[in-house]
Design a protein around this ligand. Structure first.
Ligand code: PEP
Ligand code: MG
Length: 582
């Protein structure tokens, strides 16, 4: 049966593929008691469902392409093992015999018991195996319901045809998808600038988040369409709908090819003002895509992603140095702005969780995150600073500090940078002594108290994702309040405009590296506010460049001034329309 789900569009484009459920839904089945005479028949029903799922899994394994990621094969093997495990099989049969539950009831009851057990396990890896058991139980229930096993509809060997459907995907898990090419992503939770959404966007593949109950309603292997422009997910589409979306998909591919022509043209407005478009990266090798898209440098290297998936330790200085140096060398002389670690809130770090209590903090987004955590761990911070400074000997490097708000935080950070330089001098290791240090402006207090920053730092970078979150008191990752997360709220626009104006007046370079910089619908507005340096995911670069090439700064002055002059939504909207149409 075809149905449509609505969520938040976070990464543009259209994906058509089979659902690959990462964490299937809670299971809803009939519960009834059976007569003693039915018992053996009920157990036989279970055995034949088990046999059917075995055949299904074997077929999936046989169907895996040679180039399929090894995780795919491993998933299937684990599922086969679970299917034979006494904890699942014998205990379920015992429930049928002793309680006279129908087999579906016995199966979900046993799943619940196992889940409770799993929730108490400390080892995260083992705890996560709960999802595998859920997936196996779901397959068994499907087989019991008589749904046709569809091995050929399943994992067709290449994840290029698959769309990940999950309740939620942690940023650390998203990073693992970077090495695999799925067609799209759908999650039940998340907001437009949650880090999961940001990584999806960096992969340049269509995604919708906050699609409530998607992982409960979509079944493994369902054919689905993800419309990443509108946040729509169509499950089991009718042939005519499928045809329409296939057509739109090819139109978009054509548009993308046309955009490639802009790659080598200089980025300047119609009136001749040069605009700098840089790239946001999460891993050193993302710099390859940045160069390919024609970025003028890396405006934001989110180093915390290097620190994820490192289990029980933080990377050593040498390991970090190698990663920073690789990004710098890949950029081949173009500037690389390396942001010091920004963990906490929706980017928890496995290796330090529990140690400092931020995981248990009542308000992690307001807690010991980013620079606050770095300053509380000076040895860790010095290690990172030394690694970044050493990379500056191999190209153009700038250091960017996240989440600063207080003068003493800036001063302590600058002291530690001086200390890191001293340590490198003592060790006889090379670095650029004039490396520039900048601050993220992403806390309203920082924007309002801008003179503190202008006096102490070499450059600024506006982090609109957090600036919006903290100005509006809207958790950027919470889909329940996602409709109120508004980049065009007058308070947000005023803070951005003020920062741009004051930095310009003081002669301090300023860029925007939050997601607003990569949204072509906002390019003209930001240009009209005086922004000349944008940093965004490489996949957004050409479409933003197209907007820059079509814009004339002089004609933007008046409508942008009108946007800022009003606090009334209708008037702001009318002025924004004029900005877009000019
Ligand atoms: C921001 O807050 O806008 C930003 C660029 O940083 P992050 O998204 O990593 O918090
Ligand atoms: Mg931020």
């Amino acid at each position: 049966m075809s149905f449509t789900l609505h969520g938040i569009p976070v990464s543009r484009g259209i994906a058509i593929g089979r659902a690959y459920l990462i964490a299937p839904a809670a299971l809803d089945v009939d519960h009834y008691l059976i007569e003693p005479a039915q018992m053996e028949g009920e157990i036989e029903r279970f055995r034949s469902a088990q046999q059917r799922v075995h055949v299904e899994l074997d077929a999936l394994r046989a169907d895996l392409a040679a180039d399929a990621p090894s995780e795919m094969g491993a998933f299937i093997n684990v599922h086969s093992m679970i299917l034979n495990d006494a904890m699942l099989v014998q205990e379920t049969i015992d429930l049928v015999r002793t309680r006279r539950y129908n087999v579906e009831w016995a199966l979900t009851e046993q799943l619940e018991r196992l889940s409770r057990h799993f929730d108490d396990i400390e080892d995260e890896y083992l705890r996560e195996r709960k999802a595998d058991i859920e997936q196996v139980v779901e397959r068994l229930l499907k087989a019991l319901a008589g749904a046709s096993p569809s091995p050929l509809d399943g994992v067709h060997g290449s994840c290029e045809e698959m769309i990940v459907v999950a309740h939620d995907i942690a940023p650390a898990d998203m990073m693992q998808f970077k090495t695999q090419t799925f067609q799209g992503f759908v999650t039940d939770l998340g907001g437009r600038t949650s880090h999961t959404a940001i990584v999806a966007r960096s992969l340049g593949i269509p995604a919708a988040v906050g699609v409530q109950h998607a992982s409960a309603l979509i079944r493994q292997d369902d054919l689905i369409i993800v419309d990443g422009d509108h946040g729509i997910v169509i499950v089991d589409p009718a042939p005519i709908v499928l045809e329409e979306y296939s057509y739109r998909q090819s139109e978009k591919a054509l548009e993308q090819r046309k955009l490639q022509r802009l790659k080598f043209s200089p980025t300047q407005t119609l009136c001749g003002t040069r605009i700098e478009l840089c790239a946001n990266i999460e891993l050193p090798d993302d710099a390859i895509a940045a160069v390919e898209a024609g970025a003028m440098g890396v405006g934001l290297f989110r180093t915390e992603f290097l620190f994820m998936n490192t289990k029980d330790r933080l990377p050593e200085e040498e390991e970090q140095f190698a990663a920073y140096r690789r990004a710098v060398e890949l950029m081949n002389g173009l500037p690389v702005t390396i942001r010091t670690i920004d963990v906490g809130a929706d980017k928890p770090l496995e290796s330090i969780s529990g140690g400092d209590g931020y995981e248990t903090a009542a308000n992690p987004a307001l807690g010991l995150r980013a620079i606050r955590w770095s300053l509380s761990e000076p040895q860790m911070f010095l290690t990172q600073l030394r690694a970044i400074l050493r990379a500056s000997a191999f190209g153009s490097v700038k250091i960017l500090i996240p989440m600063l708000a207080h003068a003493q935080e800036i001063d302590q950070t600058l002291d530690l940078i001086r200390e890191a330089k001293r340590q490198l001098d003592d060790a006889g290791l090379a670095y650029n002594p004039n490396v520039q240090v900048g601050a993220m402006i992403e806390i309203p207090a920082a924007a309002i108290a801008l003179p503190l920053f202008l006096k102490r730092l070499d450059f600024l970078s506006i982090g609109t994702n957090d600036l919006i979150q903290y100005t509006l008191a809207i958790d950027r990752a919470d889909n329940a309040v996602a409709h109120l997360y508004d980049p065009l709220h007058p308070a947000v626009l005023h803070l951005i405009a003020f920062t741009l104006r004051e930095a310009k007046r003081a002669g301090v370079p300023v860029s925007v590296c939050g997601e607003m910089a990569g949204d072509p619908a906002l390019t003209r507005l930001l240009l009209g506010m005086g922004l000349t340096e944008f940093s965004m995911h490489p996949s957004q670069l050409l479409v933003v460049k197209q907007e820059v090439l079509r814009s004339h700064l002089k004609t933007l002055e008046k409508p942008v001034a009108d946007v800022l002059a009003s606090f009334e939504p209708e008037e702001v909207q009318a002025a924004l329309k004029r900005v877009a149409e000019i």
